[in-house]
Design a protein around this ligand. Structure first.
Ligand SMILES: Nc1ncnc2c1ncn2[C@@H]1O[C@H](COP(=O)(O)OP(=O)(O)OP(=O)(O)O)[C@@H](O)[C@H]1O
Length: 566
């Protein structure tokens, strides 16, 4: 029964994405808010006890000693410090948990969508930048902005209620000055978000740009274009620096606006309290304002603005996080158009290893299919050669069997023995690390050095080869730097042997090698496969290689046009 591709899901908005990230870790935010509120209550106790202490020592010096009030002030200060530390710590815990989970999801998505589709969601430089910098860019939002957001409402309300209880005019002054700040902050914030988005886009481009040039250093040197490449990287870096300075300017501007308005408001309260205490103001409660409530309110005024100030300082964290979220959300989409999850048919316990029924693969929903109407059964132990002109769909058929791409129509059924496979392409993908580490990727962490050496020997690369001076400890650079192409393919064969897979998918494994090395590698590959009863699917342009298989499939324009046993 054919399956059609569902419409591609739209990524969540940045706000929904951020909300989704927060949901499982909400408790840390609640703890931060509670600790912040507790710290505000301790601040009220501290200001009250200091104001009372001054009042008593001026107007009733002999009544009670200063010690109880000093003790209370000290206890309140210590409590406030402790609770503020708890608030900051909970915010950091929240950011830590969210970033860890997001990185795990990104890595999981990259593994799930596989190598073919990974490139469609951004080049490797952009993935690296998103995995590292853009996930980090969310840190400030969770560690500072969200705790500050809740407290920017709750703490001023608590202090405002206290101020109103002491003197309603002072309370009114504070109340009227507060809304100015969010209004100006919002105006600045609108511009800041756009700059953040531009900055992150520039950062991605810079990472990709740099990586491309590093990868192609040999080519650039040979074509004498090093100076041009250097100038291009310098221009891109300069653009990024200019944009970073704009981000900083906006951050400073928002803090300055906040400081300016809070200074004016505190000044107003101070003038009111001062004039009322001196007896220049006769109206309302000002006429009979005593030192205790006056001083209490004056001490509370800067604290009233403190949460708003923190909110303002962390506001650009929000802009940065929204920009990062809009880049990260599409990466975590479950599937894009044309690659729905493969139909889940019960895995057969007997019968063919792989069965394709009317399989169609389309990379571009509007373009022609790369494969269509492929009906095929491959039995365990078969050695199948895939031939056909360039672009006929050989690699796509291998990718479909591997599960790197899904059929957008038709079905692919894999027997349990095909769930694990080894892949050898034109160039082995080796990672920066030692030879041992590269082999452990396939063999698992428990494989012994003797097992690794045996596999290398079988692949034609003895561990005591003079070109491997440090044996299994020989360092290998990314893209197999430090060893030859032939040796890299032998490492790939050793990995296939160590993996214990019953199915080997081979995409022109010898095409980049000289004739002698290619012949040796192919002979070893076929010998080990037949000794172990391994099923082979080998794409090749060389018919003489295909003739060494037990079956030949010919593809043309994505269709299977010949299937013959040799
Ligand atoms: N990742 C991709 N995204 C978009 N189109 C692709 C992708 N990979 C392959 N194609 C297209 O699918 C078609 C089949 O390509 P495929 O690589 O499977 O052919 P091939 O027979 O392996 O070619 P070659 O022998 O040159 O490697 C081609 O038209 C190709 O342009």
């Amino acid at each position: 029964m054919p399956t059609e591709s569902p419409p591609s899901p739209t990524p969540p908005t940045p706000r929904d994405f951020l909300r989704g990230l927060l949901r499982p870790h909400r408790r840390w935010l609640h703890l931060a808010w509670l600790a912040g509120l507790g710290a505000a209550a301790a601040t009220v106790a501290f200001a009250g006890s200091i104001a009372w202490l001054v009042h008593q020592s001026l107007f009733a010096p002999g009544q009670t000693g200063p010690w109880p009030w000093l003790g209370l002030a000290l206890a309140a200060a210590v409590l406030r410090y402790g609770l503020q530390t708890l608030r900051d710590w909970s915010g950091q815990r929240l950011a830590f948990a969210v970033r860890g989970e997001l990185r795990a999801r990104l890595a999981g998505t990259a593994a799930r969508i596989g190598p073919v589709h990974l490139g469609q969601r951004g080049h490797s430089g952009a993935w690296a930048s998103r995995y590292q910098e853009q996930v980090d860019a969310l840190g400030g939002y969770f560690a500072r902005y969200l705790p500050a957001l809740g407290l920017a409402f709750a703490v001023p309300l608590l202090l405002l209620a206290t101020a109103f209880a002491l003197d309603w005019i002072a309370g009114l002054l504070l109340l009227l000055s507060a809304p100015l700040i969010p209004v100006f902050m919002a105006l600045i914030g609108m511009g800041s978000q756009q700059i953040h988005e531009e900055q992150q886009e520039r950062q991605n481009r810079l990472a990709g740009h740099f990586l491309d040039r590093i990868r192609n250093l040999d080519l650039l040197r040979r074509s004498l274009a090093l100076d041009v490449a250097r100038a291009e990287v310098a221009t891109a870096a300069h653009g990024y620096r200019r944009l970073s300075m704009r981000v900083l300017r906006v951050a400073f501007l928002s803090s300055a606006v906040m400081e300016f308005f809070s200074a004016i408001a505190i000044g107003l309260v101070a003038i009111y309290v001062g004039f009322a205490l001196l007896g220049f103001l006769e109206f309302g409660p000002a006429g009979k304002l005593a030192l205790f409530p006056g001083l209490f309110v004056l001490l509370l005024a800067p604290e009233y603005f403190q949460p708003l100030r923190q909110f303002a300082q962390s506001y650009h964290d929000r802009a940065g996080a929204v920009a990062a979220a809009s880049a990260l959300a599409p990466l975590l989409q479950p599937a894009t158009r044309g690659q729905p999850p493969a139909p889940s048919l019960p895995a057969p316990t007997t019968g063919p290893l792989l069965r394709l029924e009317g399989a169609r693969v389309r990379y571009d929903p509007k373009g022609p299919p790369a494969l269509q109407g492929v009906h095929l059964e491959i039995a365990a132990g078969e050695r199948v050669g895939l031939v056909g002109p360039s672009g006929s769909g050989k690699s796509t058929l291998l990718a479909l069997c591997a599960g790197f791409v899904a059929a957008d129509s038709g079905t692919v059924t894999r027997a349990p023995a095909a769930a694990r496979f080894a892949w050898i392409g034109q160039r082995a993908h080796l990672f920066h690390g030692s030879l041992r580490e590269n082999l452990h990727l396939a063999a698992g962490p428990d494989a012994t050095d003797a097992e690794l050496a045996t596999a290398l020997q079988a692949a034609g690369l003895p561990v005591h080869d003079p070109t491997l001076p440090l044996g299994l400890d020989t360092p290998i650079g990314e893209a197999s730097r430090g060893i030859s192409g032939g040796q890299a393919q032998r490492v790939a064969l050793a990995r296939a042997l160590l993996s214990g897979s019953r199915l080997w998918l081979l995409d022109e494994p010898t095409s980049a090698l000289d004739r002698e090395t290619a012949e040796d590698l192919l002979a070893r590959l076929l010998r080990h496969a037949s000794e172990r009863g391994i099923t082979l699917l080998l794409a090749t342009h060389q018919i003489e290689i295909a003739r060494r298989m037990t079956r030949i499939l010919r593809l043309e324009a994505g269709q299977l046009c010949e299937d013959r046993r040799v």
